[in-house]
Design a protein around this ligand. Structure first.
Ligand SMILES: *Cc1c(COP(=O)(O)O)cnc(C)c1O
Length: 402
């Protein structure tokens, strides 16, 4: 695993997304990254194996690849580029965002430890925290997504603070420098799932956060056609996680890595489009008489607008809102949309829509579902890359149908 070179040339995000920080030689002088579709890598002689193993035991690298679960050239190229985009020393890729989240937590949690999670979080992360970790005896607190609530929850044995920012679906933005300050004082590791922000809109490592995770299924892949996840941070810190990745084997296949690396070439351009469209559509919705309330961090009405404006570069394409009315009106609106596909996920080329109470939280008892804010008229849209005016026209005609 090679060290990531620093961005000495100060290339901007659109350039880094295409070239990384350094050009790597490619077989056959191919311009694109080849899909190296193999499960293992052979040695020419028995002596070569001996030399390889000896070098490895001494911490030297004489060649990179031996077995597919331990790494693949397509995957490695993808990890290099992701690290370059994030400004991280190192990236470790996983088969999904959830395997990145869970294996990162499993690597750094301690049997006597306590982990703080913020509660407006990804459904499966929430279930892992509340249902699974307790089986291992790990103590967990689920607190409101604010720096104050996180600080209040710290116990003597707290060793990890895990947050999302922006959260989902309410797009709460946490004051990361404030959380980092209190975490450092108590020697606590900070991990952020920044899937909704992406490295284009926020750079948590620059604010002192230890580890950043993204579901690459979303904006990084960008085309609703792959599943992957990535964990980023300092080289030495991620050594243990790298060993976990090799052991557990939740590695993405070479085709997925090719698609992801290809998607990254347009990452910066896509984020520019998402940020612009997100802002104009959030404003349109906020002014619309059939909409009761909108959550989008760029809006002054958002509870974390000031924090978001101070630490983010843009606010992406996820917008959450309440349709005026109840379940019936909300379904009429959703069913009248022509361009939005009814499905979870976000960050791809196609615009998506979900009624939160049915999509991700239906199996919770209704009372509890409502208590955590998943009311029947709560809708989340994730804008794709269509023309923003076409999306506005579609949303307006669907609202007119109510
Ligand atoms: C989608 C998502 C995940 C899970 O990622 P998968 O690639 O679907 O496993 C985790 N966190 C957030 C914030 C997400 O949006």
């Amino acid at each position: 695993m090679s060290e990531n070179p620093s961005n000495e040339k100060k290339w901007r995000p659109a350039t880094v997304a295409i070239h990384g920080l350094k050009r790597t030689p490619k077989p056959y002088y191919a311009v694109s990254t080849p899909i190296v579709h193999t499960s293992n890598f052979y040695f020419d002689t028995a002596t070569e194996v001996y030399d390889f193993m000896k070098a490895k035991s001494e911490g030297r690298v004489v060649r990179e690849h031996e077995y597919g679960r331990y790494g693949n050239p397509t995957q490695q190229e993808c990890e290099r580029k992701l690290a370059a985009i994030e400004g991280a020393e190192r990236a470790v890729l996983f088969s999904t965002g959830m395997s990145a989240v869970i294996l990162t937590l499993m690597t750094y949690m301690r049997p006597d430890g306590h982990i703080i999670f913020t509660n407006d979080c990804y459904r499966q992360t929430r279930d892992f925290a509340t249902n699974l970790l307790s089986r291992f005896g790990i103590k967990v607190s689920l607190v409101d997504p604010t720096a104050e609530a996180v600080a209040r929850a710290i116990r003597p044995n707290t060793n990890i603070i895990f947050t999302e920012s922006p959260t989902n679906p309410y797009l709460r933005v946490l004051d990361l420098p404030a959380i980092v300050e209190v975490a450092k004082k108590h020697n606590i590791m900070t991990i952020i799932d920044a899937t909704l922000a992406t490295p284009y809109n926020i750079k948590p490592l620059d604010m002192g956060v230890d580890i950043v995770i993204h579901s690459a299924t979303k904006y990084l892949g960008g085309h609703n056609d792959l599943l992957s996840g990535v964990t980023l941070g300092k080289h030495a810190l991620l050594n243990d996680l790298y060993r976990m990745q090799r052991m557990i084997g939740a590695t993405p296949g070479p085709v997925t890595c090719f698609l992801l690396e290809r998607g990254l070439k347009t990452f910066a351009m896509r984020m520019e489009h998402h940020n612009r469209a997100g802002l104009s559509i959030a404003r349109m919705l906020e002014a619309h008489p059939k909409i009761e309330k909108v959550w989008y961090p760029a809006l002054e009405s958002h509870p974390d607008h000031k924090v978001a404006a101070a630490q983010m570069n843009g606010f992406g394409s996820v917008i959450t809102f309440l349709v005026r009315g109840g379940d019936k009106e909300t379904r009429t609106f959703i069913d009248s949309l022509e361009l939005f596909l009814i499905t979870p996920s976000l960050g791809g080329s196609e615009s998506l829509v979900t009624q939160m109470s049915t999509m991700s939280f239906f199996d919770y008892p209704e009372e509890y579902r409502h208590a955590i804010g998943m009311v029947d008229n709560l809708v989340r849209i994730a804008l794709g890359l269509e023309d923003a005016d076409d999306l506005i026209a579609d949303l307006k005609q669907a609202l007119d149908k109510i």
